[in-house]
Design a protein around this ligand. Structure first.
Ligand SMILES: Nc1ncnc2c1ncn2[C@@H]1O[C@H](COP(=O)(O)OP(=O)(O)OP(=O)(O)O)[C@@H](O)[C@H]1O
Ligand SMILES: [Mg+2]
Length: 265
């Protein structure tokens, strides 16, 4: 069994270590099951096979009882770090993120699970108040089905900018579905979510609004249709997000938005 090399990064669900052959291993925190690693490996492979800029997956392994995935090492900064160090390039970085998402949204994929079921499960299981849950579920049932690649967590903290262009990591929640749903989720994350715990967090706060505006404007120029359908997808996307361990402040903002949009529908 190989031993991991130096620790390179740490995230919410895992730590990243150097691995033999110039690769990296994403080792899940203790308590994660092998299923989690298998799921991330399978979804990353499926997205890559359909043409998405995702790292190559080499193996799923156990290291001292912790499950891990061995990936190709992507060389370059996170888009979020690039933005934190050069905020004057915001327009360029937001356009890069929009281009990346629009590229995925033009790729069909049969190898990923359906988005609607993924969202429905979260809406059902999450702590959504009973006064809005049925409205969100009814709306989600009526929205169209598609089979395009949806990353499920696309934000600048999951993009590595390499010499070959921007690549996406963290495909754990990827599905095949409607681009507008994935776009809605990205807009919500950019507007309200804590994207990282590091020092980039403070740097991103004052840039949120401008970043999401430029991002959406650029996306709309490339793919107008999903941008048109955005407001329909906002309530279910926000409701699914509420099932995650988010801050009280984010939960309040999302819930207020769901109520306003359902009342206007
Ligand atoms: N293939 C890769 N090549 C190089 N660096 C990587 C690769 N995959 C992940 N990383 C680094 O490891 C960090 C954590 O990875 P990832 O986002 O997949 O983990 P996570 O725990 O799910 O993160 P979070 O929950 O905080 O979003 C990334 O921010 C990045 O710096
Ligand atoms: Mg991540």
């Amino acid at each position: 069994m190989n031993a991991p090399g130096p620790r390179l990064a740490a995230g919410g669900t895992a730590e990243l270590f150097a691995w033999e052959g110039g690769r990296v291993i994403k080792l899940y925190w203790e308590g994660a099951t092998r299923d989690a690693a298998e799921r991330e490996a399978a979804r990353t492979r499926a997205a890559r096979a359909a043409g998405a800029p995702a790292p190559e997956v080499f193996d799923v392994v156990n290291v001292n009882g912790r499950p891990g995935v061995v990936f190709e090492k992507l060389e370059g900064p996170l888009l979020l770090d690039a933005l934190a160090s050069e905020p004057q390039r915001l327009d360029e970085f937001a356009a890069q993120l929009a281009q990346l998402q629009a590229t995925l949204h033009q790729l069909r994929c049969e190898g990923l699970p359906p988005q609607r079921e993924h969202m429905m499960r979260r809406v059902h299981l999450g702590p959504l108040p009973a006064r809005v849950k049925p409205g969100v579920i009814d709306l989600l049932r009526t929205l169209p089905d598609q089979r395009m690649i949806c990353h499920g967590d696309l934000h600048p903290g999951n993009v590595i900018v390499t010499a070959d262009g921007a690549h996406l990591i963290d495909w754990f929640d990827a599905t095949a579905g409607c681009p507008a749903a994935d776009l809605a989720r990205s807009c919500l994350l950019l507007r309200y979510a804590r994207l990282t715990t590091g020092p980039q967090r403070a740097a991103f706060e004052p840039l949120r609004q401008q970043f999401v505006d430029v991002f959406l404007q650029c996306y709309r120029r490339i793919l107008p249709e999903p941008a048109e359908a955005l407001s329909e997808w906002m309530p279910p996307a926000a409701a699914a997000r509420i099932a995650e361990p988010i801050s009280g402040q984010e939960r309040t903002a999302l819930l207020r938005m769901i109520e306003t949009l359902l009342a206007a529908a």
